[in-house]
Design a binder for this molecule. Structure first.
Ligand code: GRF
Length: 209
């Protein structure tokens, strides 16, 4: 096992953010090992991306297990055996057991396609986020990378970047502009975490990203 940070990525869908992280690693900008791709949908493109880059995969979802306790045990076992130091959510649509969140406190990060605390919370995902931004009439949107805690989209913010909202936008065109910004920036938070250039001060994440 390399002494790089061992990272587990959780993805439910296309995994374009996962791909962008893999690309940054291959460009030599991101110094982590992708030790596991976990997904709840084995047909998701994220699995294909993992296989293309020899990243181990695990298809697992709460409904495969008798109860949440068994599911949690399986996840923790997998993470411990792979020495996972960071969990990166990249379009992951299933709940994460409370015990995993507690055990990986400030070691789970997520990317949200808007500027939190606006346009976030349970049920705010995908196009719904961008439509809400447009319906509200906001002039700026963007991305937020944050630690995950027990409350949806409320954990400490690691980085934010903005994207303009244009008069001509619909949810698709805004989503496309924001997604590009996600791809260009998610890796920076992963790298900052892995290199220890950020730390917590109260609920603020300080340092260089
Ligand atoms: C992204 O917009 C991300 O912000 C959100 O889920 C989407 C995942 O897209 N959390 P992809 O699967 O990485 O293409």
């Amino acid at each position: 096992m390399s002494d790089e940070l061992q990272v587990a990525v959780f993805a439910s869908g296309g995994g374009s953010n996962f791909q962008a992280l893999i690309d940054k690693k291959e460009e030599g900008k991101l110094h982590v090992t992708f030790a596991l791709l976990l997904g709840n949908n084995s047909k998701a493109k994220a699995f294909e991306r993992a296989r293309n880059h020899d990243i181990p995969t695990l298809h697992s979802t709460p409904s495969h297990f008798e109860d949440e306790k068994k599911y949690t045990e399986k996840l923790l076992e997998e993470f411990e055996s792979r020495n996972i130091g960071l969990i990166v959510l990249a379009g992951y649509m299933k709940m994460i057991p409370a015990e995993v969140i507690a055990k990986y406190h400030n070691r789970i990060i997520n990317i949200h396609p808007a500027l939190l605390p606006s346009f976030g919370g349970q049920g705010m995902y995908g196009k719904k986020v961008h439509q809400a931004v447009l319906d509200y009439g906001a002039k700026v949107s963007g991305i937020t990378v944050h630690f995950v805690d027990e409350e949806y989209d409320k954990g400490p913010i690691i980085l934010q970047e903005t994207a303009p909202v244009l008069d001509s936008d619909d949810a698709d065109s805004l989503a496309a502009r924001v997604l590009k910004i996600e791809h260009a920036n998610y890796w920076r938070a992963v790298e900052a975490f892995s290199q220890g250039t950020i730390k917590m001060e109260g609920r603020r994440v300080i340092g260089s990203v």
